[in-house]
Design a protein around this ligand. Sequence first.
Ligand code: GDP
Ligand code: MG
Length: 706
Amino acid sequence: METKNIRNVVLLGHSGSGKTTFAECMLFEANNITRRGSVTEGNTSSDYTGIEQERQNSIFSSLMHANWRDNKINIIDTPGSDDFVGEVISSMKVADTGVMLLNAKGGVEVGTELIWAYVSDYEMPCIFVINHLDNEKADYETTLEQAQSRFGSKVVPIQFPLNAGDGFNQIVDCLRMVVYKFPPTGGKPEKIDIPEDQINRAQEIHNQLVEIAAENDEGLMEIFFDQGTLTEEELTKGLQIALASQQFFPVFCCSAEMNMGSGRIMGFINDIGPSPLDRPEAPLTNGGTLKCDKDGEPVLFLYKIITEPKVGKVTYFKVFSGVVRSGDELYNNATNTSERISQLYEAEGKNRNTVDELVAGDIGVTVKLKDSHTSNTLAKKGSETTIAPINFPNSRIRVAVKPPSKAEMEKLSRALHMVAEEDPTLIIEQSSELNQTILHAQGELHLEIIRFRIERIFNIGMEFIKPKISYRETITKAANASYRHKKQSGGSGQFAEVHMRIEPYYEGMAKPGDLSVRKEETDELPWGGKLVFLWCIVGGSIDAKFSNAIKKGIMNKMMEGPLTGSRCQDIRVCIYDGKMHPVDSNDMAFQLAAQQVFKIAFEDAKPQILEPIYDLEILCDGDVMGDIMSDLQTRRAIIMGMDSEGHYQKIKAKAPLAELYKYSSSLRSLSQGKAKFNLEFSGYESVTNDIQQNLKKEYHADLEMA
Ligand SMILES: Nc1nc2c(ncn2[C@@H]2O[C@H](COP(=O)(O)OP(=O)(O)O)[C@@H](O)[C@H]2O)c(=O)[nH]1
Ligand SMILES: [Mg+2]
């Protein structure tokens, strides 16, 4: 196998656009399967896991391949739901051409928009397929128009349907200038002449394709000016260049359900689609790039890992350079592990065929790697080459896991970590601050699948509860306080007295004018903000050896603030006076005194609770925008801006995390699925007085319950 004979295709599109059905057509057309499976019957090559068959929807990406003339076409089917966008992104990392399916009933959907953003990020050549053309509500013209208005004038049709809707069976191909007429069972079409009344339209599009081919290559441009046209070979070459450089996004017609049109698209990918050699070199972590070269050193990039019952870990990878052979010993720099590639496979959904080698550009599978994870690179020992990792998106939903019994909790935690290892979009946070295990994920459906897998594979029931919020406490004015800790119990007693000034800390704050600072310590707090500790004792009222104990006492209280037990931040304290006893004073006494005096001073310094605020970006259909906006009002959100993006609206807002619990499902039902959102931590802001009073009340009620 030569690299130039490889095509790596990723199927993209909104849920239900027909990706899985289309993949089935591709395999059938290439004679890899003798019967097309269907999503509803749960027997497709791609949706092969039990959970996908049950839900009749793709959840994981799956790798298949087809041999087409001299070429090998690797096909990666991806899930359409936004909750599994991690699977889409990782597949795009290894593919060379995107095939974006559009549903002719719905046009450009919100999922199409979001995935397009990744197509742009990856600078990926992309082919559009307008599918569902057999549907009675199919509207080719509107779908094409929307694609062009959204994704630009480089979106150009190669085909249009003659009779979309019920009875659909004819496609005009303006590159070949012929009509494909399909038998009722689909498959191989008969070629007939373009009807008189469509010739002009077809010719116009054909001329446009010739121009695109000429425009992107100087040599071809000259020939075009000379001859007024291009030969078929020149046309192919020109379109290859235009597609590979994203100057041309061709549009095809299809009914995946009836298997009409997929063969021609395979042929186009075969003839005109880029091979891995036609793509830019792969970016490395050190800023350099790696050339896809069969004669180079072997470099494998692991894009997906999944555990299969009986088999164990199954690892999907792309060979970015060199040749990998079964038995090769490679090295994982990220985990300092030597990995033996004992078996190599090509994948066909759940089935795998053993192969002896895979060359640069190819995508394959191996099993039983010891300690390798998604986004890791395997290369020769001593090699510094590391492919830039996959950038997974921020999480959009957080829930706490209801802790089961202690024994079960340990088992559950192990299971969660195993799932997270396969799914980089699941993040597990063991929060000692909140005393909760918190899961950060992409959406409710994502969480549901995680729960389902843990129940099925590990046999542990899991319940989600509302997670607590990491509030912060600070002060807004200066205050002074003193406290004497004194205990007389039998023989030795405890004595310590501390006088403290407490002030809100800010950058560039002046030294206290009335105190003489003997020692200054600034701590960057692990939870954000600062503690500045000034030792201002003159005349030895407290021995300097107790300063550490005093600071420790303050820190203890800052970890569990006086108002709600939350972390405190941005405070300056000055210890300016006190008393000690020659026998009864010790570290413990000063620590306790400091804790108390801090609490008293803090409560006197107009304390303020801060809450985490998130930047919220919502992309939605125009007709649901009003509802989304009024819902945002009820969530104490502040609208920062609105923008229209084609026929979609983008809303930017800031909202408190406390009001975003289950936002993903509210938004889904509010918008009937016509909205998507992203979240990013923005910062901490003060809560209003009544919220502050409520939070204090809740905290004290909880304390009494405990
Ligand atoms: N009528 C019709 N139905 C289709 C077509 N393509 C897919 N479907 C059906 O649409 C549903 C969703 O298809 P599927 O392949 O799972 O979409 P995916 O979510 O993009 O993978 C399934 O019930 C398919 O049988 C098509 O071209 N015409
Ligand atoms: Mg699917």
